[in-house]
Design a protein around this ligand. Structure first.
Ligand code: HAM
Length: 400
């Protein structure tokens, strides 16, 4: 006999059962609503990128140890994207002459990193990326941090629940070079700082930090703090970097982060002088954990408005035509095809959290009246076919 297969997903990735997908969609909906309210346009790209896109002097850890890289049948080295920033910079550079700057762009996409899986760190995660291209002024930094705040607020978090830590990576780098290090040495030192393996005793505070803090304060945002040790792991950051943390001491890992990367465009053959860019990446894994710990997750509810149960298989076509009629009117209708006892069918609807059921049989066929039962309350209402949609719409509005 052949060995039977395991049902476990691949190490460090997740299956999304309907309840998980419900949460995932909720997170994506909040992300989308907030960034679109600030005028961001959605873009996307393939998961596959040529490996050379990620090669750089100091990013070797990510490229050599954390990427999924393989050689395709045409002998090209291919990488599953570990982040969006190089891709979006490539896209902006490719159409540089045709695009109308400033750009406000966002995407919601999945990424792969070969990590040791642990809480908050998996091998596949999803990120919202929101970035502004073409603005050198600090207004862009202000907007990006405001959006980060607005997303947290929309999830139901208050200013007490999280803090935004900011620093200027460019200023740290310049400081180390001024002290005598070469560019490469200075970047390696920042990379050690990022891993907590090194500390700088005389970190310079960039002038820009106070300006940014006061501009944010003007917008009513007070939970932003200067963090002299904050570096962030990517060498492409040239200015402000920020990271958002849970204020709960038990949850020390950062929730999400980003920064300014005014030089990344230079690597592309279409670009002579680089373009300014700033943005952030917000992951689904840590935000979900945060929402769970802070009891901010929404309760699961079904998208199906009505579940039709069949009392007598001889009248199945009545149920089917009722379903089609109501779908045309805009309702989401599911029809039971199990041929089980009626009590079992209603139980199925209840387990799936469908709010209303109608049982269809001879009585409904003869009287042309349908009894709608609300499963939560047990309340029953007798209606004609053409009254059902208005009734359910009224009930749905009364709830929300
Ligand atoms: P990052 O800090 O590497 O930045 O990732 C952004 C966020 O993605 C993290 O803060 C975290 O929420 C989530 N994340 C990253 N890796 C994992 C993982 N292995 N498991 C679970 N969640 C993870 C970037 O990727 C930058 N490209 C962001 C950016 C956009 N900077 C400017 N624009």
């Amino acid at each position: 006999m052949k060995k039977k297969l395991s049902t476990e997903p691949y190490k460090g990735v997740r299956d999304f059962y309907p309840e998980d997908q419900f949460i995932q969609n909720y997170i994506f909906d909040v992300w989308r609503a907030v960034v679109e309210s600030f005028g961001y346009e959605e873009y996307n790209a393939s998961i596959l990128e040529p490996t050379e896109l990620y090669a750089s002097k100091t990013n070797e850890e990510i490229v050599n140890e954390q990427t999924y890289t393989f050689t395709d049948r045409g002998d090209r080295s291919v990488t599953l994207r570990p982040e969006m920033t190089p891709t979006v910079a490539r896209m902006v550079a490719q159409k540089y002459r045709d695009l109308s700057f400033p750009l406000r762009w966002y995407s919601i996409a999945n990424f792969f990193r070969y990590e040791r899986p642990q809480r908050g760190r998996l091998r596949e995660h999803w990120q919202l990326n929101a970035d502004i291209f073409g603005v050198r002024a600090i207004d862009a930094d202000v907007e990006i941090i405001r959006i980060a705040q607005e997303i947290m607020r929309t999830f139901g978090a208050t200013e007490k629940d999280f803090v935004v830590k900011i620093n200027n990576r460019g200023a740290l780098l310049a400081h180390l070079i001024k002290k005598g290090m070469s560019q490469v040495e200075a970047e390696q030192e920042l990379s050690r700082m990022d891993k907590g393996m090194s500390k700088m005793s005389d970190t310079p505070k960039a002038k820009e930090i106070d300006t940014l803090l006061s501009l944010l304060k003007d917008k009513g945002i007070k939970n932003v703090k200067y963090a002299p040790d904050l570096v962030r792991g990517f060498s492409y950051y040239t200015g402000i970097v920020f990271e958002v943390f849970d204020t709960d001491e038990k949850n020390t890992r950062s929730l999400f982060g980003g920064g300014r990367y005014d030089g990344l465009g230079e690597k592309f053959n279409t670009i002579k002088e680089s373009f300014p860019a700033i943005g952030f990446g917000m992951g689904d894994v840590r935000i979900r954990d945060f929402l769970e710990v802070h009891k901010l997750l929404p309760e699961y509810s079904s998208l199906t408005d009505l579940y039709l149960c069949v009392v007598d298989q001889n009248y199945k076509d009545i149920a089917e035509s009722l379903a089609d009629y109501l779908r045309k009117e805009g309702l989401n209708v599911s029809l039971d095809m199990s041929e089980k006892k009626i009590g079992e069918q209603v139980k199925t609807a209840s387990r799936k959290k469908v709010p209303f059921v109608v049982c269809v049989g001879k009585e409904e066929h003869d009287s042309k009246m349908f009894t709608i039962k609300e499963l939560k309350t047990g309340k029953e209402t007798k209606l004609k076919k053409n009254e059902i949609t208005a009734f359910l719409t009224k009930m749905a509005n009364a709830v929300s």
